[in-house]
Write a protein that binds this ligand. Structure first.
Ligand code: BGC
Length: 769
């Protein structure tokens, strides 16, 4: 079952576009983006864009590289976020134009005989293969390949190959580095646009060292410095020249091409920023990197790219027999996650990756709740780096808590460098649950990897400070217990409520885990140090324990209120809301939305997934039934969670339908906004649905449990997970599940009620209940 439109042909490892479609050009610029966790280049054409305005967004971004500007409020209040942060569009190094016998190639203007643009998910490159007929009737074969290097985060490469069929020709390549770039401006959709109207990455000068040319730029407000530089290699005898014009560097390579001779221009691109290194080092580092890269050659990078991806796919690939379209969607999602995720401990993963300007390159709870769990089971070291980033911004979270008059730390709802940047608090910074989401990720990381050292080095810092925050921000209310009032839960269509059940259950969990971890340490030699580090006292641990025990949840029989007042509201009039009024946030004032029972996304149902052991099965059934019809899924974070819990409750076909909404959401552009960038949380959600949903994987400290089911449309599915350092493969068919130990020590597994030690292979029946 697919959602109707299928945009790209069904292929296992590639995404292919066979004709230029202007109307969907921006969407394709996102789909064909290449990135390496640091550099993100949209799939723009090398020759530039010559079509009508508004159909292309030329973008290159660096994860975490931003400028900020004060937020202009009509009416300010104490503690509002002060500054906006926007990931910047940086110097454009993608430009290469080819002139054959004096005629410029332009995919929109030239006569095109054959056209193909492809994303290669095993090779880690984007290619364009085009046959162009010049006005003189010469046919020119072009093959252009682009990558953001996985082996060196500072490097991107382009190989531009041109061959004239059966004729000699004069060729000129004009390769550019253009410092004059700006970001998009706000267009009325809260999810897109920046606060900047003009150029804020200001060019301070052009640089050259032999054949290497570059720009040095500084951000207007943050004063970060960026050096962008290029180096080239051409495989035939040629003449070259350099022209500098304002902020533009143009390198021209002229040669005579023999008939059918492949002329190949390799362009090596480097970005070095002062967020990573001292200002004075940037240019020398760029020169060294580019010299070294040219000496290694393009193919060296190409080979490394493929090897790194082979390692990734060896664990992360999920295969589904019986649905090729789905297979492609799942790979596309995993691939984009891998290329978008920051893995240097200083950056994170944006809601839109580094593929577009939606949400300004900000990091949200999307990381800990959706994306980090994806990497946890295939590349735990990436999850560790994501947590390291959170640790690095802990001082800012502490400052934010102090600013609001609280103890401990409060993480920013949306941010790049740790400072709160959400200008709209009801559906933004009031989502205190982000603290508990981060704490939950710390717990899961420790449980899955058994990396206890991490707790001592960094994890406890996060746990203790976020617990202190909640202990201070919560209130004891007579007749209720420990309450966390005046917050917004994950559902952004219900704001500023008391006792959001999701938040309270997640905080209860973090209190329990923190106290348990500390109690364990009490018995060890490390305890004195830990106690001294945090100034911990026994009564603090006791207080957290009591708060956890008496955490208030609003219940009416089996029904659990999303918060204290939710069940008293009138239901939204769904019957009279036409399709074009969705997403509601673009058509109704928040005041209208907030007063009804209507959800943007999974909230209590998300708690039923992450805190499943705290609900009876009956409660899950009753509450799923209650909240599902009230949920619009206007957020892309929603469908996968309803799929996971639906699968747990035996609603396999319903789960499958929800799953299909997230599996190809971006590839088929269901939300019509892929032009602004990928939906990274939803992409991860599709993996979570297979593993936590259909295969029913859950785990605690010791054991990993599966409760596999299979949608009727599939013959089988197979995936791998790393648990306690052992690699386990799970293969589910309609009749049975096969568990295989691929690498590492035997692990304890549970298949439904059946427990066993997996030593090599074990086949279990699928329960038909
Ligand atoms: C969702 C949030 C999410 C944000 C970024 C919003 O539409 O409601 O939960 O964090 O998008 O993806």
């Amino acid at each position: 079952m697919h959602q109707g439109k299928v945009i790209f042909p069904q292929e296992p490892w590639t995404i292919t576009e066979t004709e230029v479609n202007l109307a969907h050009n921006q969407r394709c610029e996102t789909v064909f983006a290449v990135a390496n966790g640091y550099i993100g280049m949209r799939g723009n054409t090398e020759e530039g864009y010559s079509g009508p305005e508004g159909y292309s967004l030329n973008g290159t971004y660096l994860n975490g590289f931003y400028d900020s500007t004060p937020i202009q409020y009509g009416e300010e209040a104490f503690g509002y976020a002060k500054n906006r942060q926007t990931m910047l569009n940086v110097a454009d190094a993608k430009g290469i134009s080819l002139w054959v016998d004096g005629e410029k190639f332009d995919v929109l203007q030239s006569k095109i005989i054959d056209y193909k643009r492809q994303l290669h998910m095993k090779q880690g490159v984007m290619t364009r293969e085009i046959v162009w007929e010049t006005r003189q009737g010469k046919q020119v074969e072009l093959r252009i390949e682009r990558m953001a290097s996985f082996v060196n985060k500072h490097m991107a490469l382009i190989r531009y190959e041109a061959k004239v069929r059966s004729a000699a020709a004069q060729m000129e390549f004009v390769s550019t580095l253009n410092g004059e770039v700006t970001n998009q401006v706000t267009m009325g959709d809260p999810r897109t646009g920046s606060g900047f109207a003009g150029q804020v990455l200001l060019t301070e000068g052009l640089r050259a060292d032999g054949a290497i040319h570059g720009t040095a730029q500084r951000t207007k407000n943050t004063k970060f410095v960026l050096v962008s530089a290029v180096n080239h290699a051409l495989n035939v005898e040629h003449e070259s020249a350099c022209h500098e014009q304002g902020q533009l560097i143009e390198l021209r390579y002229r040669c005579e091409a023999a008939p059918d001779q492949a002329v190949v221009l390799d362009k090596y691109i480097a970005y070095f920023a002062s967020k990573d290194y001292e200002e004075a080092e940037l240019w020398p580092m760029a020169v060294t990197a580019l010299t070294d890269a040219k000496a290694k050659g393009y193919n060296w990078f190409r080979e490394r790219q493929e090897e790194i991806l082979a390692d990734f796919w060896q664990v992360a690939d999920v295969s589904v027999e019986g649905d090729e379209l789905l297979q492609q969607g799942l790979r596309f999602n995993a691939y984009h996650l891998f290329q978008s995720v920051g893995r240097d401990g200083k950056t994170n993963i944006g809601a839109k990756g580094i593929t577009g300007e939606g949400y300004e390159g900000h990091y949200f709870w999307d990381t800990e709740t959706y994306i980090l769990p994806f990497f946890l089971y295939n590349r735990p070291e990436i999850s560790r780096q994501l947590l390291k980033y959170r640790h690095s911004i802990l001082p800012k979270a502490k400052a934010r808590a102090a600013e609001l008059g609280y103890e401990g730390a409060l993480y920013a709802w949306r941010t790049i460098d740790g400072e709160e940047t959400s200008p709209y608090y009801p559906a933004g910074s009031a989502q205190l649950h982000i603290n508990a989401d981060i704490a939950y990720a710390v717990k899961k990381y420790v449980e899955v990897t058994r990396d206890e050292d991490y707790l001592l080095q960094e994890g406890l810092d996060i746990l203790v400070e976020t617990c202190r925050f909640f202990a201070d921000a919560g209130d004891w209310i007579e007749g209720k217990g420990f309450c966390i009032n005046g917050v917004t839960g994950p559902d952004e269509y219900t704001a500023m409520v008391n006792n959001n059940a999701y938040t309270n259950l997640m905080v209860k969990d973090q209190f329990e885990f923190t106290v348990k971890s500390l109690r364990k340490l009490e018995q060890t030699a490390a305890w004195q140090g830990v106690q001294a580090r945090y100034g911990l006292e026994e009564r603090e641990l006791e207080a957290w324990t009591t708060m956890a025990e008496q955490m208030y949840i609003h219940r009416v029989g089996q029904l659990i209120g999303q918060d204290d007042s939710f069940l008293e509201k009138a239901p939204w009039d769904f019957a009279n809301t036409p399709r074009e009024k969705y997403p509601l946030l673009l058509h109704f004032h928040p005041m209208v939305i907030y007063k009804y029972q209507v959800l943007k996304q999974a909230d209590l149902v998300l708690a039923m997934y992450l805190q499943g052991h705290r609900f009876t099965r009956e409660e899950k059934v009753v509450n799923y039934k209650y909240y599902e019809p009230l949920t619009t899924h206007d957020s892309s974070l929603s469908a996968s969670i309803y799929a996971i819990v639906g699968a747990e409750l035996g609603e396999i076909e319903k789960a499958y339908q929800y799953f299909m909404q997230s599996a190809r959401m971006d590839l088929d552009d269901y939300h019509n906004n892929v032009k602004d960038g990928i939906h990274s949380a939803s992409m991860a959600g599709s993996w979570l649905t297979i593993v936590n949903g259909f295969a029913g994987m859950r785990h605690d400290e010791e054991v990993i449990t599966f409760n596999p089911t299979i949608p009727s449309a599939w013959t089988s599915y197979t995936f791998r997970v790393l648990f306690h350092g052992s690699l386990v493969e799970v293969s589910v068919t309609k009749e049975q599940t096969t568990y295989r130990l691929i690498e590492g020590c035997p692990v304890e597994l549970r298949h439904g009620e059946q427990s066993f030690m997996l030593e090599s292979e074990r086949v279990c029946e699928i329960s038909k209940s």
